[in-house]
Design a binder for this molecule. Structure first.
Ligand code: ZN
Length: 66
């Protein structure tokens, strides 16, 4: 039940380019280029995201991408 509330908030933060854990703008986090043109973004709180420069979108990194 709780997940139903948290998921839209996380999606909203992601769409704004903010960490879903601590709300820090991911543009301020460290970006490391990956094969394929995307960037791995590590937030200061330890969460890892993938940044796609073309649509300029962030998403949570998959386990296999960490
Ligand atoms: Zn964070």
């Amino acid at each position: 039940m709780l997940k139903n509330v948290i998921a839209p908030i996380q999606a909203w933060l992601m769409s704004r380019g903010q960490c879903v854990g601590c709300g820090t703008p991911l543009s301020k986090a460290s970006h490391v280029k990956r094969v394929g043109g995307t960037e791995k973004v590590t937030c200061k709180c330890g969460r890892i995201f993938i940044f796609d420069p073309k649509p300029k979108t962030y998403r949570r990194a998959l386990f296999s991408e960490v």
